[in-house]
Ligand binder design. Sequence first.
Ligand code: ADP
Ligand code: MG
Length: 248
Amino acid sequence: DPISARRPTRPRGGPAYLPLMGNVIELENASRVYDGTPVLGPLSLAVEQGEALAVTGPSGSGKSTLLNLVAGLDKPTEGTVTVEGGRIDRLGEHALARYRRRRVGMVFQFFNLLDDLTVADNIGLPAQLAGMSKAKVKERTGDLMEALGIQRHARAYPGRLSGGERQRVAIARALINEPALLLADEPTGALDTASGHDVRELLIDLHRGGQTIIVVTHDPALAEAIATRTIHLVDGGIAVDRTVGGRR
Ligand code: ADP
Ligand code: MG
């Protein structure tokens, strides 16, 4: 399977994370204030490589804000955000764009695909923008479509696909540049039960293959299924931080 083949292997049933590989994300006293209103933190959080972290909490508790800080889509009002040893809160526009394109893959509730590009072109676009050769883009796009079971839709436009298929396309696009982090904000929120289940299983497979994942969800069942660790936010603070080690 081309997804797991490029990931470090670990024994089946072994620990769900690789402690020796260190923290891939570190937030130190990070906070976000909008118009004078604190919506997140200050909070500190370390995420290890290979973790599958679920972020739960009621609507408005700061889940998306936290994810956006890690994605480099937003900056902390105070505190620091470090990813793979580098301070992303200090990056200038150009370096931040590069970080977002190459180190982070992001998946959203409503897919955010480009409707006038084919499935294959949607998936390949971030690689093309990152300067990957045409041949390599084609090869990786093909591998990902095959691994995610969407190859037969390669030349279709997203508007023709079901929600579950669109989310698979979005996940393939998020993975094309082999990101250190896969970040998903309510990835099953707009899906029916069956498609939601499929996407959930796909995320679990990716995590088994070694992918570090953060998934934001208000669905405790989704968190329970995917995560090796759950943080529960209330009013922008971490109310619960629970590790469910060694399940996978
Ligand atoms: P969640 O994802 O848990 O539902 P969010 O992180 O989206 O919560 O939002 C947390 C709080 O911050 C909410 O009260 C929201 O209205 C506010 N908020 C989020 N983004 C902005 C913004 N760009 N400007 C002003 N307020 C915002
Ligand atoms: Mg949200």
